[in-house]
Design a protein around this ligand. Structure first.
Ligand SMILES: [Zn+2]
Length: 204
């Protein structure tokens, strides 16, 4: 919770609700655990950090989050946001990722174990779910080839329109294929963040 020096109960409750919804959307595939809430007085605005990220200027981001982030965890940072010039919508979140060479994540940790969100996105719990999709390797549907879309189970406009990886306001679902892709991605590249793998050793 960036830019805060005292507990705001409304926000802490909203964070709990967001993690609960996240777990509902990933149920049976990945389970997330809210480990620790941390307040920091360091005040920045989300769009400014995003602009720096796009320009590969890391100083402000690093100086804002480096000292407080945790290794071995997904660090989710909440900032205030605003609408940039020429846009009527404020930036709600972004997740620094590698487009390829995902095997770097482990060695780079915790520098790419970060999700940046706006406080105002806590009202619409789908933003965290969308960003977690990116964190676990998913792309926006329009970035995928036709084959890639089919592989992700996005096989009709109806499925596309409600998919968590679109920018639609009515999103509500991952496809089974996307959930399987994220699970595989986690096992291949993000296993260093997994606390324990629950295995079913049931004996017949
Ligand atoms: Zn996105």
């Amino acid at each position: 919770m960036m830019g805060m020096d005292s507990i705001n109960e409304e926000i802490t409750v909203a964070i709990g609700d967001n993690v609960k919804y996240l777990n509902e959307e990933f149920e049976g595939h990945i389970q997330f655990e809210l480990e620790e809430l941390f307040m920091d007085v360091n005040h920045e605005y989300l769009p400014d950090l995003h602009t720096d990220y796009k320009r590969r200027k890391s100083y402000r981001i690093e100086s804002t989050v480096r000292a407080i982030e945790q290794k071995g965890a997904i660090n989710i940072f909440l900032f205030r946001t605003y609408s940039q010039e020429g846009s009527n919508q404020a930036l709600m979140g972004f997740t620094p990722i590698f487009k390829a060479r995902h095997s770097i994540y482990r060695a780079a940790s915790p520098r790419f174990d970060r999700i940046f969100l706006a406080y105002s996105c806590l009202d619409d719990k789908n933003t965290l779910v969308h960003e977690m999709g990116h964190f676990l390797g998913l792309k926006h549907p329009w970035e995928l080839s036709e084959g890639g879309q089919r592989f992700a189970g996005i096989t009709s406009p109806d499925i596309l329109n409600v998919n968590h990886m679109t920018y639609n306001s009515m999103v509500s679902d991952f496809t089974d294929q996307q959930l399987a892709q994220m699970h595989d991605f986690t096992m291949d590249y993000r296993l260093y963040l997994v606390k324990r793998v629950v295995t079913d050793y049931s004996v017949k």
